[in-house]
Structures are given as structure tokens and as C-alpha cells.
Design a protein around this ligand. Structure first.
Ligand SMILES: Cc1cc2nc3c(=O)[nH]c(=O)nc-3n(C[C@H](O)[C@H](O)[C@H](O)COP(=O)(O)OP(=O)(O)OC[C@H]3O[C@@H](n4cnc5c(N)ncnc54)[C@H](O)[C@@H]3O)c2cc1C
Length: 293
């Protein structure tokens, strides 16, 4: 959205392609408290809505289409949509990331029937019920805290003996009487009939296996990059994130990347926004250098 906004405002001939709704992961975020400019916090939905209105003010065209294939080495580059093929002199990849799956029995079977990757989306279904949150990072803590509005009890299942989450979130979660931590524990199976009824857990040191009766499992164990489209065309790190230089340029001329899809340490809205702006500027300079402006 930011790359699109900057490009439209710079009067480049730009098109934003989005397969779902513009906004990406922010749409699934209940409250954003760390994005500057909103001292009281802002809902993810409203932040997206504001970004979209701002982009539209500069006449950014947005098309609701999925990019099925890319040919980034061609000149111009080729972008394949389901029923159409586009050409572009430069491409900015802001493909984002998707939640990692646990890969245990019952996860696939109960996805959408008790297994969820978005507390904001599904939390209200678990009013007065017991749920498990898997993970120990910032997102796991934020989502566990959000679930305290609905669930009667939240087990936080974490494979280590301490959290990765920031201090403030750790303190809030540990102070909440509805949250109970199950340390050095991993889920091994999700149990149920028509919906989730329990979770089988294993203590990583003692090897003890036991079950807890729960109706929901919320999984927040990190993300995988949406880079299927560019495999074999761009340099990726071991986890599949796109490598760029500090100006968001990939090794392929005219191809830029920004946001969660990039190989980096910290994945937030503020970093994605900053990189989107930098990618647009780099693309503009690239086009100028080629006499394309
Ligand atoms: C539950 C949750 C809570 C979070 N809380 C916070 C928070 O409080 N503060 C904070 O700063 N960050 C938070 N984050 C992280 C933040 O949302 C991300 O860092 C940020 O959204 C990354 O933006 P992005 O544009 O790089 O990627 P994304 O938001 O993942 O957007 C990528 C977009 O690309 C689209 N796309 C992918 N492939 C294709 C294709 N082939 N064709 C067309 N479109 C495609 C996707 O549909 C998606 O809309 C949270 C994330 C989650 C999931």
C-alpha cells in the first residue's frame, strides 16, 4: 500500500495487484498500538481503511486479482493474472507472509472448526470456553491477551522455558489470571469429533504426554514467506525470504521487495511501510536511469 501510494504520488504509471483485500495481515489485527501517529492505538481495519483512502487520493489503481506467475527476467517483466498478461518495467514485490502450521494430527481436519491462525477473526466463537494458544512471541502474547475477552481460560503452550515476547506483553500476560503457561511443552495431536475437544501435549524434557480439554487452538508460531512465485528467479535466504540490498533492490534489475517477504530480523507495519516507501523510490530511480519516466 505504501509503495503504491508513493508511486502514484510520484506520478508513475503504477498498478497495485491484491488477491484478497488490500491490507494484508493488518486486516486480521485487532488493535495496533505501536504504529506511530495513533496515541490511543487504532484497529487494524481502520488503519487499512485510512491507508487505502490516502492511496486513492493520489489515484492509485487497485485491482483485485491474484498474480499467478511472474517472469522477472524478461524485459519488460511479465505478470500473469488468471485471465490476462501484463507487462511492467519494474516490479515491487510486497507479497507478505503466511502463518506457519504446526504439522500435527488433527490440525488440517479442524482448521476453521476450532483451529485458528487469527484470534481477532475467531476469538468471539469461544465465549466462556477453554482454549490453547501455541507460541511464545509477541503475536502469541497479543492474541492470548485478546482472547481473555472471550475465553474462560487460555493455556499458552510454549516449547521453551521462557518467552520471546517483549517485556511489556510478557508482564501483561503473566498478570492475567485467565492465562496459564505450559512451559517446555509441545502439542502433539488435536482431538475431537465435530469440533475440537482437546489437545494432546508432550513435555519436551520429561517426555510426559497428557491431554487438556479445550475447544479452540490458536497457532502463532511464526510465518513463512509468500515466495512460491519467485522461486528460482530471485535469491532467497534459507527460509525462503527475498534478499535485497538496503535500498530494497534484488539482484535482478528492476525488481524490488518490501515488507514481511524480505529477509530481515523485524517484521512490523512500521518496517513494512518504510520499506514500501524506499522500494518505490528505488523503482523510480531505476526507471529514470533507463529513461522510462
Ligand atoms: C495477528 C497479527 C497481529 C499483528 N500485530 C501487529 C502489531 O500490533 N503491530 C505491527 O507493527 N505489526 C503487527 N503484525 C505484523 C504486520 O501485520 C506485518 O508485519 C505487516 O502486515 C507486513 O505487511 P506486508 O505488506 O509486508 O505483508 P502482508 O500484510 O502479509 O501483505 C501481503 C499482501 O500480499 C498479497 N499477496 C500475496 N501473494 C499475492 C499474489 N500472488 N497476488 C496478489 N496478491 C498477493 C496478500 O493477499 C496480502 O494482502 C501483526 C500480524 C498479525 C498476523
Amino acid at each position: 500500500m505504501t509503495a503504491g501510494l508513493y508511486s502514484a504520488r510520484a506520478r508513475l504509471r503504477v498498478l497495485l495487484l491484491e488477491r484478497l483485500a488490500p491490507g494484508g495481515q493488518v486486516l486480521t489485527t485487532d488493535r495496533v498500538e505501536n504504529y506511530p501517529g495513533f496515541p490511543e492505538g487504532i484497529s487494524g481495519f481502520e488503519l487499512v481503511d485510512r491507508m487505502k483512502s490516502q492511496a486513492e487520493r493520489f489515484e492509485l489503481p487497485i485491482r483485485n486479482e491474484e498474480v499467478m506467475r511472474l517472469d522477472l527476467r524478461a524485459e519488460p517483466k511479465r505478470v500473469f493474472l488468471p485471465h490476462e498478461e501484463l507487462e511492467a518495467k519494474a516490479v515491487i514485490l510486497a507479497l507478505g507472509a503466511t502463518w506457519k502450521k504446526l504439522g500435527i494430527d488433527g490440525e488440517g481436519l479442524f482448521t476453521g472448526k476450532g483451529v485458528s491462525y487469527c484470534a481477532t477473526c475467531d476469538g468471539p466463537f469461544f465465549r466462556d470456553q477453554q482454549v490453547a494458544v501455541i507460541g511464545g512471541g509477541d503475536t502469541a502474547m497479543e492474541e492470548a491477551l485478546f482472547l481473555t475477552r472471550f475465553a474462560s481460560k487460555i493455556y499458552v503452550v510454549h516449547r521453551r522455558d521462557r518467552l520471546r515476547a517483549t517485556r511489556l506483553l510478557q508482564e501483561r500476560a503473566m498478570d492475567d489470571p485467565r492465562i496459564e503457561f505450559l512451559w517446555e511443552t509441545v502439542p502433539t495431536r488435536i482431538l475431537g469429533g465435530s469440533g475440537v475437544e482437546g489437545i494432546e501435549l508432550r513435555h519436551v524434557r520429561t517426555g510426559e504426554v497428557y491431554t487438556k480439554p479445550i475447544h479452540g487452538v490458536f497457532v502463532f508460531i511464526g510465518t513463512v514467506p509468500n515466495t512460491q512465485l519467485v522461486k528460482g528467479q530471485l535469491e532467497l535466504d534459507e527460509e525462503g525470504f527475498i534478499l535485497t540490498d538496503q535500498n530494497m533492490e534484488t539482484a535482478v534489475p528492476g525488481v524490488f521487495a518490501a515488507g514481511d517477504v524480505r529477509s530481515k530480523l523485524f517484521r512490523q507495519i512500521s518496517t513494512a511501510v518504510g520499506e514500501g516507501a524506499a522500494a518505490s523510490y528505488s523503482a523510480e530511480r531505476y526507471l529514470e536511469s533507463r529513461g522510462h519516466h
